[in-house]
Each structure stands twice: as structure tokens, then as C-alpha cells.
Ligand binder design. Structure first.
Ligand code: ADP
Ligand code: GLC
Length: 481
């Protein structure tokens, strides 16, 4: 079984969010099941710098109006074979994968990810310059969304899977670009790539892919509703028999409190003593008062409306009265950033805010906090609520998407069954978040309950194996096996 896995980011090479965690870990998990997976990424400077050993394996020219490019071959640190679309005119620049260093989207993102999609389709059809031909091309999010559309017009195309990691990002561009990206006007229609008069990369993928997946069973239902379908609910309802929700896993090696190099002390579910040293180290590092018995609430997130960070800021002054402490790591929306920094300034020693992307600190926050906050308005899957359970840090989550699929609320019954591992709230408002945080603070005072919550979460298996098997079964089904 040969699979080409296409993504716009993959840890540890380049990461802005959970898509990188998934693209970094799922291919390796599939290889452990005997699947021959290869990863295709753009050759951003960050990627080239991390991989000095690359080899040119093909020249890519004559692809519509895309600039000349070449295909490089390398290997991921965990052994997964990797191909890079090397096109300096589109990727060799200072900034992130989607935005410049000031946070503005690159003006030529349609070309940048059109080329990624185009090359993925090329490798998946009879025109490929390589001998290796995939049975299935697995596309992820809008950045590879045009691939199934290109495959539709390609000779002897592979089957295709389109995975939605976040339907709020769709890659919508002016219709005039259609022929310049090498797509015939024939596909610019309702039954095609057209979306309210524009060209939509994600819609193209959802329409033309042989199968659509998303990253949790609950989100698979939610995106078929008017509330969370972001305009694509009609198409998804139409395709519901070819739509599957598969919960993401987590990388148990990368996220293991017993061996994590970013921690001050190791610990495990059978001996949690080391957790206190991590709390003290975290408090010191971010400038909180070192207070072992005050519950410390942590958050690591993109600062956007989706993540509900504003609600945490709204309740922060009342939270401190429990008493409690708060540490926030993230960046994004300028208004949320300055609001958070203002609170940190007003409550020194009690609220700490770090506006940056810091992998090491994110691990220490998972380990050193007592409670993890994830009040997302919507969440396709979410990874931090799983990391925090693995780190003995019960999460508080809103009942949405992958959050409900991965967190069991604490109540008398779930405690009795040894399942309780966090706190789930249903009404998305500041008052409910505050009372849920209070519920967590009360549980924290009861050592037996708290220990049960911690170990229930730590002992649950969130690893990739089950999800990787589900993907393998899906590929087999598409191949008619
Ligand atoms: P999303 O992909 O929507 O941002 P996920 O929960 O799936 O949400 O994944 C987010 C990933 O990005 C996690 O691995 C999280 O730890 C990481 N992350 C987010 N913000 C930061 C940050 N400021 N510093 C370090 N890691 C971060
Ligand atoms: C997206 C979603 C997040 C999910 C991640 C990986 O960024 O917002 O919920 O965990 O993709 O699938």
C-alpha cells in the first residue's frame, strides 16, 4: 500500500499548529503498520536548514504558469521518506509558511499552495517523473485542496483522501486565477471548485476527493450543520456517506513526562512526585510567585476567537480570588495579546503571559500547571487537551468537536468508573467557564479525587496506533481491497 501524504507543515521541521503535529506523527505510525508512506512538503527555508542532506530527484517545469521548480528527496528525523517542492520564487523568503513576519498572508498563497497541490497530483498520476506511484494521495487542509481537482483531469489518477483539520480556513481566491493555476474553466461551477463566485481550494478537495475525513467523530457531524459548516455544510451533507471522523492521536514519545527533556524533573502515573518541581520551575521561569499549593491554570494556544482565550481573560480577575494563578503562552490576535499583557502587568506574580511560540515552554506548561484551559468555541480535534491528560494536568474544555471525544467530565459516576479525567462545560459563556474552573479548584483541594483524575488521564492511551489503523482501513477500502 503506497500513500503520498501532502501537507503544508510537519513537526519538527516547520510548525504553526496541530496540523504539523499530525503530519509529523501519522506517517510514522502508518509506516509502523507496514504502509509505504511518503511525505510531500514545500521546501521552506526552515525545512532546508533543518535538512542539509537533500538530493534533486526531478525537475518540474511546464506546470501551467507556475515558476520552474525541482523535487528534492530527504528523510524525516524519524525515517519517513520526504519529498520537497523546491521553488525559491515561491517559498524562499523570510517569514512563516502562510504569512510574512508582520502577520499578513502572503499575497501569492494561491500560487504557493496551488503548486504544492499540482505537484502532489503529478506524483499521483501517469505523468509522474518518479517510478514510485501512490495508490492514494492523502491531502490535508486547503493548502493541498486543489490536488483532487487536478487528479480529476490527470491520466491514471491515484485515489484521493481530503482531510479537514479546520474548516474555518478554506483558501478562497478570485475566480480569475482558475486558468492560471492550470485548471480548466470547466471545473469552475457549483459541481466543482466554485464557491460563491470565488475559487475555493478546500471546496475543490471536498468535491473531488474520493473520500473526506476530519479529525474527530463529533466534528464530522458538526461540520454538516449551519452553525459550524462555514458555508460548506450543504456539500458535506451531500457527501456524508464518504465522510469519516477519525480522532487524532498524540506522539507518545515526544509527549512523555517520564522522558521529556524540556522538564525540570521526570514523573509518571505511578510516581507523580516530580510534578511539583516542574510547577516550581514554571512559576520561576515565567515570573509567578512560587506557591506550591495555589492551583495554577495553564493555557497554550493560538490567540484567536476560535480558542476562547478572550473568555479566559474575562474571568481572570475572579479566578485569582480562588486563589489561583494563570499562565498563558501564545500569539496571534493583537487585541487578545495586549489585553493579556495588560492583565499580567496589573497582577504581577499571579498572571504570567508569554507572547511567542516556544515549544520547550509549552511542554513545561503542560507539566507544571495543575489545570489546563481549553475553552475553544469550536475545535476540530485539539491536541493540548490530550497532552495535558498525559501530563497529569486535567483539562477544562468546552463540549465541542474533538474536545468531547477525548475528555471525560468529572462527576460521581465517572469517578466511580475510573474514567473522570477533566472538566467539560456546555454553555459557551464566561460565567460557565468560571464555575467550571471553581469546580476544578474544589476538586484540586481533595487529594484523593485529584490523584484519581490525574492518573485516569495519564493511563489512557491517546497514541496514534488506533487512528493509524483506521486510516489504513480507509486506504484499503478505497483501493478496493
Ligand atoms: P490548532 O492546530 O488549532 O492550533 P491544536 O491543539 O491541534 O490546535 O494544536 C496546537 C499545537 O500547537 C499544539 O502542539 C500546541 O502545543 C502548539 N502551540 C500552539 N501555540 C503555541 C505556542 N505559542 N508555543 C508553542 N506551542 C504552541
Ligand atoms: C487544526 C484544528 C485542531 C486540530 C489540528 C490537527 O489546526 O484547529 O483542532 O487538532 O488541526 O488536526
Amino acid at each position: 500500500m503506497k500513500i503520498l501524504f501532502v501537507s503544508s507543515e510537519a513537526a519538527p521541521l516547520i510548525k504553526t499548529g496541530g496540523l504539523a503535529d499530525v503530519s509529523g506523527a501519522l506517517p510514522a505510525a502508518l509506516r509502523n503498520l507496514g504502509v509505504d508512506v511518503r511525505l510531500l512538503l514545500p521546501a521552506y527555508p526552515q525545512v532546508l536548514n533543518a535538512l542539509p542532506q537533500t538530493q534533486v530527484v526531478a525537475r518540474l517545469f511546464g506546470l501551467a504558469e507556475f515558476p520552474v521548480a525541482q523535487l528534492l528527496e530527504a528523510v524525516m528525523p524519524d525515517g519517513v521518506p520526504l519529498w520537497l517542492v523546491d521553488c525559491p520564487a515561491l517559498y524562499q523568503r523570510d517569514g512563516g509558511p502562510y504569512q510574512d513576519k508582520y502577520g499578513a498572508d502572503w499575497g501569492d498563497n494561491a500560487q504557493r499552495f496551488g503548486l504544492l497541490s499540482r505537484v502532489a497530483a503529478l506524483l499521483g498520476c501517469a505523468d509522474s517523473p518518479l517510478e514510485w506511484r501512490p495508490d492514494v494521495v492523502h491531502c490535508n487542509d486547503w493548502q493541498s485542496g486543489l490536488t483532487p481537482a487536478y487528479l480529476h483531469y490527470a491520466p491514471q489518477p491515484a485515489r484521493s483522501v481530503m482531510s479537514i483539520h479546520n474548516i474555518a480556513f478554506q483558501g478562497v481566491f478570485p475566480q480569475q486565477l482558475t486558468p492560471h493555476l492550470g485548471l480548466p474553466w470547466d471545473c469552475f461551477k457549483l459541481d466543482g471548485v466554485e464557491y460563491f463566485g470565488n475559487l475555493s481550494f478546500l471546496k475543490a478537495g471536498l468535491f473531488y476527493a474520493d473520500h473526506v475525513t476530519t479529525v474527530s467523530p463529533t466534528y464530522a457531524r458538526e461540520i454538516q450543520t449551519d452553525a459550524l459548516g462555514f458555508g460548506l455544510q450543504g456539500l458535506l451533507r451531500h457527501r456524508q456517506h464518504a465522510l469519516t471522523g477519525i480522532l487524532n492521536g498524540i506522539d507518545n514519545t515526544e509527549w512523555n513526562p517520564a522522558t521529556d527533556p524540556h522538564l525540570a524533573a521526570p514523573y509518571s502515573s505511578s510516581d507523580l512526585t516530580g510534578k511539583a518541581a516542574n510547577k516550581a520551575e514554571l512559576q520561576r521561569r515565567v515570573g509567578l510567585t512560587v506557591a506550591p499549593d495555589v492551583p495554577l491554570f495553564g493555557l497554550v494556544s493560538r490567540f484567536t476567537h476560535q480558542k476562547g482565550v478572550d473568555m479566559v481573560l474575562e474571568i481572570a480577575p475572579q479566578l485569582l480570588e480562588f486563589p489561583a494563578q494563570l499562565v498563558l503562552l501564545g500569539s496571534g490576535d493583537a487585541g487578545i495579546q495586549s489585553w493579556a499583557q495588560e492583565l499580567a502587568y496589573r497582577y504581577p506574580g499571579q498572571i504570567a503571559v508569554q507572547v511567542k511560540f516556544d515549544e520547550g515552554l509549552s511542554h513545561l506548561i503542560e507539566a507544571g500547571s495543575d489545570v489546563f484551559l481549553m475553552p475553544s468555541r469550536f475545535e476540530p480535534c485539539g491536541l493540548n487537551q490530550m497532552y495535558s491528560q498525559r501530563y497529569g494536568t486535567p483539562p477544562i474544555v468546552h463540549a465541542t468537536g474533538g474536545l468531547i471525544d477525548s475528555v471525560v467530565d468529572c462527576n460521581a459516576e465517572t469517578l466511580a468508573h475510573g474514567q473522570a479525567a477533566g472538566f467539560v462545560f456546555h454553555d459557551m459563556n464566561a460565567y460557565t467557564l468560571l464555575t467550571t474552573a471553581q469546580r476544578a479548584a474544589v476538586a484540586y483541594r481533595d487529594k484523593t479525587t485529584w490523584h484519581a483524575l490525574q492518573t485516569n488521564g495519564m493511563n489512557r492511551d491517546f497514541g496514534w496506533n488506533a487512528s493509524a489503523q483506521a486510516y489504513r482501513n480507509l486506504y484499503a477500502h478505497l483501493m478496493g481491497k
